[in-house]
Design a protein around this ligand. Structure first.
Ligand code: DC
Length: 227
């Protein structure tokens, strides 16, 4: 079974996806981490971020691997071509580079193949932007998780402060979130938008535990419907 969780950056997708995967006993796939890893590799190889052909070659040839602690379905590390990039892909440098990289059609085509292969290997919670619309249009459950831009910026500032990585300047973070929303929703290749049959959940004034419980209930209902 596939549970697709899409939405803009900072809506809480990662925390919600991980917690739901644990509760449901599913594996968890963070597709944003895959695009971030390609962006890291492109910077390492000095590939121009608007060179679709060269980015596509890189994306098709690379190996992205998620590392797990024994028995834990939620990955704790990610590597590309053997380089551990778990922390490196969360820096402001990658935040800036990942939008053009993820808008490159040849990169998206390469990631689509990899994501489908991974997701079809078992029960997965898959989080991203185009999971319900493009990667798994037949997913048994599709959720589109949103929150106001201001709330998402507050959360990102707190997260960056906790991790000691990225900006903690609220106006700067808010401007970055608004810039990325605009870019992700207006790009030609797989723009960010809810699938027609997605359940829309606004997390602005809600506790995360409440949202996790709602999604797990929807997933159980979808599983029951399957039987
Ligand atoms: O979720 P995130 O912030 O880690 O995603 C990083 C970037 O990758 C962001 O600019 C959106 C893009 N992305 C995408 O285009 N499609 C996905 N399925 C996942 C992420």
């Amino acid at each position: 079974m596939i549970v697709a969780i899409d939405g803009p950056s900072g809506a809480g997708k990662s925390s919600v996806a991980k917690a739901c995967a644990k509760q449901l006993g599913f594996s968890c796939l963070d597709t944003g981490a895959m695009y971030r890893s390609i962006a890291w590799l492109a910077l390492e190889h000095d590939v121009a971020l608007d060179d679709d052909e060269a980015l596509g070659q890189l994306a098709r040839a690379c190996t992205i691997a998620f590392g797990h602690a024994p028995g834990d379905p939620v990955p704790r590390s990610v590597s590309i071509d053997g380089h551990d990039v778990t922390d490196a892909i969360r820096t402001a440098r990658i935040d800036r580079a990942v939008s053009p990289v993820s808008a490159a059609p040849s990169v998206r085509a390469a990631m689509l193949d990899q994501q489908r292969r991974i997701g079809l290997s078992g029960d997965y919670v898959v989080e991203g932007r185009d999971i319900g619309t493009t990667v798994f249009p037949d997913a048994e459950l599709k959720v589109f998780l949103t929150a106001s831009a201001e709330e998402r910026a507050h959360r990102r500032v707190r997260q960056n402060a906790d991790r000691g990585v990225g900006s903690i300047d609220y106006p700067e973070v808010l401007a970055d979130i608004e810039r990325r929303d605009e870019y992700d929703s207006t790009r030609a290749a797989s723009p960010l938008c809810p699938a027609k049959d997605a359940k829309l959940i606004d997390s602005t004034d809600r506790y995360i535990e409440d949202i996790i419980a709602e999604i797990c209930t929807l997933a159980h209902d979808a599983q029951e419907g399957e039987r």
